[in-house]
Design a protein around this ligand. Structure first.
Ligand code: ZN
Length: 283
């Protein structure tokens, strides 16, 4: 194994285009915290120019230009030290369109400084009951960065369960937190597993349509039963989204209707001139 291979194994870097020199490690205090800093470089022969799309077949198409020096990438901790990668990224010049462009790597997203591994580690930490401050400290990033990751996660664009819907589920609305759109949240309950499948922060028809549209039509066609309340617009909406499912008003809402009707009648009869007044009031 070469020096580069060892360093990459330690840092969990799988990109084959990143290289390290012998003296790549430096330990320095950054903002008062001892930090391990690795210097590396990224280079390869690009297949095509991302600006004009021409295929790279040799020196007449794309040539190596200079390096974009010291791009900071926050890695996960090594032996509990904050760890930083200073990466020199190769720049290229396309002879067809005269544009330059920078090499890219899969260890970090474009224009970001936090490596994908660190991002994953923060996401896992956010699933525990811990403060953003502690999580930020543990991962060696700022509270603002942790907050941004949390915000991205809560944007509700993730498709649950790898895009698989339960074949039988119930929907309803309920009073949740104050920041929910339209004051009520929307809940989906898996009948087979008897647990909550997902909660959406809006019960508006438009938002529910958008929510379920993210699941492929073939998946929606597999849904067999949906139970819900007696709100008419939902029936139209669900029929459009799930044309093969049977829509069932659930027991709970029917019983509530009967109970409310009974109570209304009882109250209307409950006046003192009625000979059954006491019975109606007490029972
Ligand atoms: Zn080009």
């Amino acid at each position: 194994m070469t020096h580069t291979d060892y360093t990459k194994k330690i840092l969990n870097i799988k990109d084959k285009n990143i290289y390290f020199e012998d003296d790549c490690l430096e330990i320095k205090k950054i903002k008062g915290i001892q930090t391990k800093i690795f210097h590396g470089y990224l280079t390869y022969i690009p297949d095509y120019c991302p600006k004009c799309g021409c295929i790279n077949e040799g020196f007449n198409d794309i040539i190596k230009w200079n390096f974009k020096k010291n791009c900071k990438i926050k890695l996960t901790k090594v032996s509990n030290y904050n760890t930083l990668l200073l990466l020199d990224k190769q720049r290229f010049l396309c002879k067809h369109c005269n544009h330059t462009f920078t090499a890219s790597t899969d260890i970090v997203d474009f224009h970001k400084q936090i490596s994908n591994d660190t991002h994953k580690s923060v996401t896992l930490d956010l699933m525990t009951k811990d403060s953003e401050k502690n999580i930020s400290f543990r991962n060696g990033i700022s509270t603002n960065s942790t907050n941004r990751i949390l915000y991205d996660l809560s944007k509700d664009e993730l498709i649950k369960n790898n895009g698989k819907l339960p074949t039988s589920f119930g929907i309803d609305e309920f009073k949740a937190t104050k920041d929910t759109v339209s004051k009520m949240a929307f809940i989906i309950v898996d009948h087979d597993k008897k647990n909550i499948f997902d909660i959406n922060n809006s019960r508006l028809s438009n938002d529910i349509y958008k929510y379920f549209s993210r699941y492929p039509r073939s998946e929606r066609n597999n849904v067999k039963f949906i139970t819900m309340d007696l709100f008419k617009p939902y029936y139209k909406l669900m029929h459009k989204l799930f044309p093969k499912a049977i829509l069932i008003p659930d027991r709970f809402h029917i019983i509530i209707q009967i109970r409310n009707a009974l109570d209304k009648t009882r109250l209307s009869l409950c006046n003192k001139s009625n000979p059954n007044y006491n019975k109606l009031k007490k029972y």
